[in-house]
Design a protein around this ligand. Sequence first.
Ligand SMILES: Cc1cc2nc3c(=O)[nH]c(=O)nc-3n(C[C@H](O)[C@H](O)[C@H](O)COP(=O)(O)OP(=O)(O)OC[C@H]3O[C@@H](n4cnc5c(N)ncnc54)[C@H](O)[C@@H]3O)c2cc1C
Length: 388
Amino acid sequence: MSTDHGPGWTLNDWPFLEPEHHALAERVKAFNARPGQDYPDLASECRAIARDLGDAGLLDYAVPPADRPVMDVRSICVIREGLSYHHILADAVFGMQGIGTGPIQLFGTEGQKAKYLAPCREGRHVAAFALTEPDSGSDVAAMTTSARADGNGFVIEGEKVWISNAGFADHYVVVARTGEAPGSRGLSAFIVDADTPGLKIGPAIDIMAPHPAANVTFDACRVPGDALVGPPGQGFKVAMAIFDVFRGSVGAAATGVARRALDETVRRVGQRRLFGDRMGKLQGVQMTLADMAADTDVAALVTYRAAWTKDTKGGRGSYEASLAKLVATEAVGRVVDNAVQLFGALGVTQGSVIEKLYREARPMRIYEGASEVQKLVIARDLMGRLDG
Ligand SMILES: Cc1cc2nc3c(=O)[nH]c(=O)nc-3n(C[C@H](O)[C@H](O)[C@H](O)COP(=O)(O)OP(=O)(O)OC[C@H]3O[C@@H](n4cnc5c(N)ncnc54)[C@H](O)[C@@H]3O)c2cc1C
């Protein structure tokens, strides 16, 4: 699939952003303008995108170099908004490089960092993160994949499902039960190289948006002791720390898709003639356009508020990140639905830009924590404030 240029993305001049974020937006625009190419399958396209993102230096923001060890969440959001406006798969590749290396960046040993980070930053290697299981999606504590200490290593047994990049990733960060305590306090994170014996990949899963995913089985999969990332029993903490950074940035991907749908719709109703005049002259249509604009701006504002909070105030920022993901992904759902309606039959015709955006928006309300899970995080934070 080739890069889709469309009307052109512009980053808003929000007060949350610094001049360097606007300079970065120009680099994203230059990346989006690269010539499109056709690929035989999603895996080769994703690998090519990873290399292109690495060559353009954009993966430096998902996998920061040693002299800039902190992930700047506003930069991540600027990149994700700009990429998703044009090409959702590029956003997925960028996001997964960050999520699949984040545990190593934040909790890894110097040896793990030296081995895994540079190839992923350069886009030569692709990363994956494996948390979800057949009976443990929203309920992470129900996880059953186990990692049993054995000699100087661990043996992993179990199944992970809907794992992005599965089948062509070079390494997987896998969360498994090590049993130090019940529930979420008995999990640990491990790095499993793709060629480890016992790691098996299922058939590709066809997701409604272009997104590579498959199930991964661990069948007596032995990893060395130094595959452990972070302290034993802290796997849940490792996963949540990554979500604190990347969850809010799903809001940026949602904002990019919403902006594109709004721009395409404004163009359409400005050209399409209905009842003797331009369609956009109808007040009913203007009401819908205003709703779409409001949803798009709200999505952007909560997203960049969350990113700014994480970058400048320190702390986990889970409340803001969950609120951004919830509000922005629900908003983009309404925006693309309105866009389909205003495009009429063209909006539901396979291959049309609005049909594509409609499919791209829907999974955002499910992955990295469904909307209901974000509501739980938000409500728990509010209740925690009550308790002092
Ligand atoms: C495109 C895509 C990519 C993905 N990539 C990865 C990946 O790389 N790695 C990985 O580990 N996982 C990945 N996932 C899996 C994803 O994280 C899970 O789908 C998600 O956590 C939800 O889990 P589930 O699908 O099992 O839904 P379930 O947990 O079965 O939940 C079903 C629904 O129940 C509702 N719900 C949940 N909790 C509550 C509640 N407390 N109260 C009321 N309702 C509730 C929600 O609407 C939810 O959608 C991916 C999924 C998708 C769609």
